[in-house]
Design a binder for this molecule. Structure first.
Ligand code: B12
Length: 212
């Protein structure tokens, strides 16, 4: 479908205005929001993710594309929320204490939202207690933690220990990610899952929700 390909290309080019124009035009033509997200916005973003992985582009380009994608999501999000039954589950996510990196976490959040999850983003530098409070307040299915520094990775384990101590660990599935995090580290600290990038984070969450 040419329109969706054009949307993907506008995301890749980081052209917010064009993304918004094309999303509105495609909606008017009668395509549904999920189709536009999956085959337009996310298709563009996954090309960006691949190029970033292969060192063909760098952080500024990723950010510009992510913002263009967000511009499209802004139009589509209210339409998805309206369509009740489409929300597949609730995810609380945050970058752990001491860590200010949020580009990757934001991408994961956006793609989860695009895939039909409600995401409560606690932001950066999130202490374990704030994760506990959020679990009590929002009753999520999944808690996601992001860390980009080898020094802050250890807060993932600390946070899981605090969740245990406060009696909320068993209410949620805990997933972890970020450049220094590995599958074996995730196992070691007692997390339920690890994903290396945003599209696989969506697959992981679907799987943990029994939807994948
Ligand atoms: C951008 C950046 C910054 C920006 C952050 C801006 C922001 N708003 O995020 C700024 C300039 C602020 C910064 C600061 C610092 N940074 Co910095 N930064 C980076 C850089 C270049 C890119 C990170 C990034 O955004 N990548 C792009 C995203 C898309 O990838 P990602 O984060 O890995 O996320 C993906 C996956 O990991 C996964 N994922 C991420 N989170 C989650 C969560 C879940 C639940 C799941 C399932 C998956 C998942 O999905 C994402 C999408 O595909 C990296 C280098 C690198 N190559 O990683 C260094 C890097 C992480 N930084 C580093 C350092 C040292 C620092 C500083 C200490 C520098 C300093 N001396 O001040 C400070 C620390 C500040 C702090 N306390 O956090 C080091 C860390 C070294 C280490 N091993 O610990 C790195 C690796 C650079 C280096 N080679 O030295 N940094």
């Amino acid at each position: 479908m040419v329109d969706l390909e054009e949307i993907a290309n506008a995301v890749i080019a980081g052209n917010r205005k064009k993304v918004q124009e094309l999303v509105s035009k495609t909606l008017e033509k009668g395509l549904n929001p999920e189709e536009i997200i999956n085959n337009g916005l996310l298709a563009g973003m996954s090309v960006i993710g691949e190029r970033f992985k292969n060192n063909e582009i760098f952080v500024p380009e990723v950010l510009v594309a992510a913002r263009a994608m967000q511009a499209g999501m802004d139009i589509l999000k209210p339409l998805i929320a309206k369509n009740s039954g489409i929300i597949k589950g609730k995810v609380v996510i945050g970058t752990v204490k001491g860590d200010l990196h949020d580009i990757g976490k934001n991408l994961v959040s956006m793609m989860l939202e695009g895939a039909g999850y409600e995401v409560i983003d606690l932001g950066i530098d999130v202490p374990p207690e704030k994760f506990v409070e959020a679990i009590r307040e929002y009753n999520p299915d999944i808690v996601g933690m992001s860390a980009l520094l080898t020094t802050t990775m250890s807060y993932m384990k600390v946070t899981i220990d605090v969740l245990e101590k406060e009696g909320v660990r068993r209410k949620v599935k805990v997933i972890v990610g970020g450049a220094p995090v590995t599958e074996s580290f995730a196992k070691e600290i007692g997390a339920d899952g690890y994903a290396p990038d945003a599209p696989s984070a969506v697959d992981l969450v679907n799987q943990l929700m029994g939807l994948g």
